[in-house]
Design a protein around this ligand. Structure first.
Ligand SMILES: [Zn+2]
Length: 330
């Protein structure tokens, strides 16, 4: 069946174009035969610390660093506002790309994978992300912090060594602002936030929930942009990922690892993006009313083509209902 579906959280439309048999046929285990601990040419590997800048965050275990955060050597945001000069003297609009761009190196081992490392190690990665996010959100002029991970070349990774990126921008993206305004309008019209509405719809429908408890709901969104996309939402109104309690941080880490393990085993270690969406620093509580942080895990097993580029409407060939069956079966 071909169907347009609206994503209530992002206010975007997708086309669900499920094939007749859209369950993955290959359940073969990932091939780990090429795994290596140290790549002498990799700047993120143990022993090559001199190739990167001084860390701004470090977690050590057994006298070795395990998690490191460094300034990105090739940033797409930096603090150059004072020296900024527009390159073209035209009527085109331009702004300095003002912000902070850091890399979180998840492990000192080249082929580690967030899906299968020790839980205690994964927890230190999430805690490091929270710490850097907290620092950035209180830094002068920062409006929005985007935390993301590109795993695999098809998901945009340029280096194999596992890492997250943290991009703090002075400008709140118009897409984020539009999402906030959409939520405010929904609250005015319906009396509840888009987040609460989505949770209620998913509980009522009961066909896209992978797991749920009093703290988190984990589901394949009704209007998933990508095949096997997963969303993790808090059950209560928690806006700031960086201020989660210890207990919720631990549960969130376990939930992320559970989903990544299923992808690793069930889809043979596919490329994916993880996006952690946290509240912008817009100094206006009225605009962020109802906002909840969320984690999106988006496998990138189909390419983004011309139609998506032309229309910003994504075509998803795996229905979220089939994707939910898949996650529940492994
Ligand atoms: Zn490496």
């Amino acid at each position: 069946m071909l169907e347009y579906r609206h994503n209530l959280l992002t206010d975007q439309w997708v086309i669900i174009a499920a094939k007749r048999d859209d369950r993955p046929q290959s359940f073969t285990a990932p091939d780990n035969s090429t795994e290596i601990k140290i790549d002498p040419a990799c700047p993120f590997c143990l022993g090559n610390e001199h190739l990167t800048a001084t860390p701004v965050y470090l977690f050590e275990k057994d006298s070795q660093w395990l998690v490191r955060v460094i300034p990105n050597k090739f940033p797409f945001l930096n603090r150059t506002r004072q020296n900024y000069q527009q390159t073209d003297n035209t009527s085109y609009l331009a702004e300095p790309a003002d912000g902070i761009h850091e890399v979180l190196i998840e492990s000192n081992k080249h082929s580690d994978h967030l899906a299968i490392i020790d839980y205690s190690h994964a927890l230190e990665i999430i805690k490091a992300l929270q710490s850097r996010c907290r620092d950035m959100l209180t830094t002068m002029g920062i409006g929005h912090v985007c935390i993301f991970k590109n795993h695999g070349r098809d998901a945009g990774a340029s280096l194999v060594h596992p890492h997250f990126q943290i991009a703090a921008a002075s400008l709140i993206s118009p897409v984020i602002t539009a999402r906030l305004l959409h939520c405010q309008q929904f609250i005015k019209d319906k009396g509840i936030s888009t987040y609460q509405a989505v949770i209620q719809e998913e509980i009522n429908a009961d066909k896209r929930i992978i797991t749920q408890d009093k703290d988190f709901i984990i589901f394949c969104p009704y209007a998933s942009q990508y095949p096997y996309e997963v969303c993790i939402l808090p059950m209560t109104e928690i806006a700031d990922f960086s201020l989660l309690t210890k207990e919720l941080t631990e549960k969130l880490t376990a939930n992320i690892q559970t989903i990544l393990k299923k992808l690793y085993r069930g889809l043979n270690n596919p490329p994916y993006n993880i996006i952690i969406d946290t509240v912008p620093n817009c100094h206006n509580p009225a605009i962020t009313q109802g906002f909840r942080f969320m984690v999106r895990i988006c496998p990138r097993i189909t390419p983004v083509g011309g139609y998506e580029t032309a229309t910003s409407t994504y075509v998803n060939t795996t229905s979220p209902e089939a994707a939910t069956d898949f996650f529940q079966s492994i």
